[in-house]
Design a protein around this ligand. Structure first.
Ligand code: AMP
Length: 396
């Protein structure tokens, strides 16, 4: 139950204290302009709570991939401006990460005021989780709050290292991820159904292995279904298929069988001639793909089969599209799964990335219980891995 019992920001006495908060402000930018500020919006509950409770708020984040040195292209300036608009108060931007400017601003900060450090990846020690840098972060503040779920799977100085030197807690954003995803894994409303898709089995082995232990049904779609097809002795034509993972696919299916887990694969497929959006395509009522064709989406009968399972679920966890959903001709399977989850009335948890994008594009976002803010982090969480930015926070 470790993850569900972590100290939260509400367990800290923040009044009059300098609180360093690691946020995920890694927003999408084009030519210096923020094109999606949803990560800033997601960070607001913790920031507002700290302001309202009289903390001196010191925010930090990475933005893009600067190479360990100052680069104005990756400055946090646009984030500071956007954040100031949402908070209706000034956000003071330090000219450096942990240098003289950051120290001076932090020392002058008054209760309820907010400052933002420059991009933490301007410091080479950040991604190396350098203890010297962690100590410098810690020297700016009296308390630390970990709230950057999108980077919580990385052991960096500002995500994990700093927690060794300050009393620490998770913020509201991470708390919600832990409650919903942790709750679904540890004590789910059953039946627990996992819908897994995407390109490759190799990216999701850990997730499948962990979920076999916990789920009642595992539904496999997308490109990774074809490795399972081949492992069962079927032809897969030119479909994406990992020949070095056939034994593993057989082991996973045997394990599911032994545990009494329903393991559903597509029974019909939409196949195309080439990996192109306008390639000729057709539906085949088979789990064998003819020579010279590739499976690019699940078929109509499979959509209905998967939807039936989803509709009977108490909890659904979805990660990965059912086909090449970027292309209209091969998006129907992913849309059908999204629709089934939206209609199911179950507790619905959407891992980040393509499935979250599909849900939002279809306008179903507000019908989901939870859309994770972290793609890689949510996958590692579903694998049952310990995430450094959460593991570093002590229990209540
Ligand atoms: P992932 O990042 O592993 O969730 O994979 C997402 C990608 O898988 C998307 O870009 C899809 O286009 C791709 N994908 C899904 N189904 C297939 C398929 N049948 N063949 C090739 N690529 C696929």
């Amino acid at each position: 139950m470790g993850n569900l019992n972590k100290k939260t920001v509400e367990n800290l006495d923040v009044k009059g204290k300098k609180v360093l908060v690691r946020c995920d402000f890694n927003v999408k930018m084009e030519n210096g302009v923020i094109t999606s500020d949803k990560r800033i919006v997601a960070a607001l509950p913790t920031i507002k709570y700290l302001i309202e409770n009289g903390a001196k708020v010191i925010l930090c984040s990475h933005l893009g991939r600067p190479k360990g040195e100052f680069n104005p292209e990756f400055s946090m300036k646009p984030v500071a401006e956007c954040l100031a608009g949402y908070l209706g108060q000034e956000v003071k931007l330090a000219a450096d990460v942990v240098g003289e400017s950051a120290q001076a601003l932090a020392a002058e900060l008054k209760d309820g005021e907010v400052m933002l450090l420059e991009n933490v990846r301007f410091e080479a020690g950040e991604t190396k989780n350098c203890p010297e840098l962690s100590k410098k972060f810690a020297s700016l503040a009296e308390l630390f709050v970990s709230d950057a779920f999108g980077t919580v799977h990385r052991a960096h100085a500002s995500t994990a290292g700093v927690a060794a030197y300050l009393p620490s807690a998770v913020g509201f954003l991470i708390q919600k991820e832990l409650e919903v995803m942790g709750g679904a894994l540890e004590n789910p409303v059953r039946p627990l159904v996992a819908v897994l898709g995407g390109a490759k089995v190799s990216d999701k082995i850990g997730v499948i292995e962990n979920l076999i232990e916990k789920c009642d049904t595992i539904i496999i779609g997308g490109g990774m279904a074809y490795t399972f097809f081949k492992a069962l002795g079927n032809e897969v034509g030119t479909s994406i298929c990992e020949n070095d993972k056939l034994d593993l696919a057989r082991e996973l299916m045997a394990k599911a069988r032994a545990k009494g887990v329903n393991f559903l694969l597509p029974v019909d497929n939409v196949i195309g001639k080439e990996y192109k959006c306008d390639t000729p395509f057709m539906r085949i009522y088979s789990d064998s793909i003819p020579d010279g064709w590739m499976g690019l989406d699940i078929g109509k009968t499979t959509q209905e089969l998967f939807a039936k399972s989803i509709q009977g679920a108490g909890t659904v966890i979805w990660n990965g599209p059912m086909g090449v959903s970027e292309w209209e001709n091969f998006a129907a399977g992913t849309t059908a799964v999204a629709q089934a989850i939206a209609d199911s009335g179950s507790i619905s948890i959407i891992g980040g990335g393509d499935s979250a994008a599909a849900i939002k594009k279809l306008g179903f976002a507000d019908k989901m219980t939870h859309i994770s803010t972290g793609g890689g982090a949510s996958l590692e969480f579903l694998e049952g891995k310990e995430l450094p930015g959460i593991a570093c926070i002590s229990e209540k």
